[in-house]
Design a binder for this molecule. Structure first.
Ligand code: URA
Length: 433
């Protein structure tokens, strides 16, 4: 068997067998297949797709490319949560300490930015000192000790995904159902939680642009979860506009901290209470979803969730003075207002465009070895259905390069569509699978 034949098979639209998939995953992980050969195969998969059998084989091989954790010593039920990606998506950072503050262990392995979407690991790393590369033994110990750990991919957990993930990012091959399903589920299987909740985003700022595709992806991931003995629930959430108001690494951390202090925008509140209520149910800590939502809000109001976040940050080496006083976060050099040239109501706010603007400002990567700028991004002032007057500020661009910032101002203005008639707010939760 050799990689050229495997590339040719997928390039020509053929189905790959399990041995071919195993060979690719093993040899690429070991470094015996080059990045350019892997890129050719990934592009062929992106274009020609994979059926369920191929996707399942790819997932299982990727999961077994490193260790598979056994978290049963922590608790009977350990919950993991993952999003298929979005713009301004800081849900993990808000929700995981809330759940942990309710006495439910959370062992969470997150990813870096992908395409036009941000990544939890990049965001958390904007807290000075916060370590995301943690030894597996310490990850387990931390969950036992404080009930929560949020880490990046360590060298020996789904290492194949780590390599393929950054490769996909740099060759623009992210939005593919088999690649997303295998990437997410291999990590979830390797990370050891027995209950998995997936936030499957739908809309302009998501990789699944419509509900039909999101349902198909959800069913695929649920089936893979079942095969691996992991109970999996998917919550379909609206990503037609960014989540909350901030986009960019430290900007999103600051917004997450505000949410944990009780200043939560409506869309974030709906997402955290819905997903959170299912997490509590999966953990066996309450079957009544409405009651679970109340528990979530209670632990924000009484400060327990915020304190758990402080504990998490401190435990992972982060400087909690930045959490206590977010003014300490380094600010971008230029904070440029974007003003409306017309009057009416926001009809659309293209989240993919907003995500790309943020990446171009430096918040994401164009090549896999690129470093990112933690302080740049966007803070929105107006979202879908909001009333706008001429001269109103739609949002602010945070830039460290004046020219890039000025281009971003023009682009952000173009991401908005304003109409004369009032606009109805869109539904946030689009389904549970
Ligand atoms: N999150 C992942 O971990 N992988 C993807 O492919 C998309 C979102």
């Amino acid at each position: 068997m050799n990689i050229q034949d495997i590339i040719a098979n997928k390039r020509d639209g053929k189905k790959l067998n399990t041995d071919e998939i195993k060979y690719f995953v093993e040899e690429y992980t070991k470094g015996n297949i080059t990045d350019y050969q892997a890129a050719a195969l990934i592009m062929a998969i992106y274009i020609n797709g994979m059926d369920k059998e191929e996707t399942t084989a790819l997932t299982i091989e990727m999961a077994h490319s490193g260790d598979i954790l056994d978290l049963s010593s922590i608790s009977k039920n350990v919950i993991d949560k993952h999003s298929t990606g979005g713009v301004g998506d800081k849900i993990t950072i808000i929700l995981t300490p809330i759940i942990a503050s309710l006495g439910i262990p959370v062992a969470k392995m997150s990813g870096r930015g992908l395409g036009f979407t941000g990544g939890t690991v990049d965001k958390l790393e904007s807290i000075p000192g916060y370590k995301t590369e943690i030894k597996v033994e310490d990850f387990i110990e931390d969950v036992k000790k404080i009930g929560i750990s949020v880490i990046g991919q360590t060298a020996n957990l789904a290492p194949a995904d780590k390599k393929i993930y950054s490769l996909r990012d740099s060759i623009n091959c992210v939005g593919s159902m088999p690649l997303i399903a295998s990437s997410i589920m291999s990590k979830k299987i390797a990370a050891g939680a027995n209950k998995i909740i997936l936030d499957v985003t739908v809309g302009s700022g998501a990789f699944m642009k419509n509900k039909k595709d999101a349902i198909q992806l959800s069913n695929l991931m649920k089936d893979i979860g079942k095969l691996a003995n992991r109970e999996t629930i998917c919550v379909l959430t609206n990503m037609d506009e960014p989540v909350g108001y901030s986009i960019g690494n430290s900007l999103e951390i600051i917004e997450a901290i505000e949410c944990l202090k009780g200043n939560i925008p409506e869309d974030i509140k709906e997402i955290i209470t819905t997903i959170g209520s299912y997490m509590i149910k999966l953990a066996g800590k309450g079957n009544d979803l409405e009651e679970n939502k109340v528990k979530i809000i209670e632990n924000i109001k009484n400060g327990k969730a915020y304190n758990k976040f402080l504990e998490l940050v401190q435990n992972q080496g982060g400087n909690i003075e930045f959490i206590k006083n977010t003014e300490k976060f380094e600010k971008a050099k230029y904070i440029l207002p974007v003003t409306s040239k017309e009057e009416g109501y926001v009809y659309k706010l293209n989240a993919e465009k907003v995500g790309k603007i943020s990446v171009d400002l430096g918040a994401g990567r164009l090549r896999k070895e690129d470093s990112i700028d933690k302080s740049v991004g966007i803070v929105l002032n107006k979202k879908i259905a909001d009333k706008v007057n001429t001269g109103d500020i739609l949002g602010f661009v945070y830039a460290n390069n004046k020219q890039r910032g000025e281009t971003a101002v023009e682009e952000l203005l173009n991401a908005y569509e304003i109409v004369k008639e009032p606009v109805k707010k869109e539904e946030i939760i689009l389904g549970i699978i």
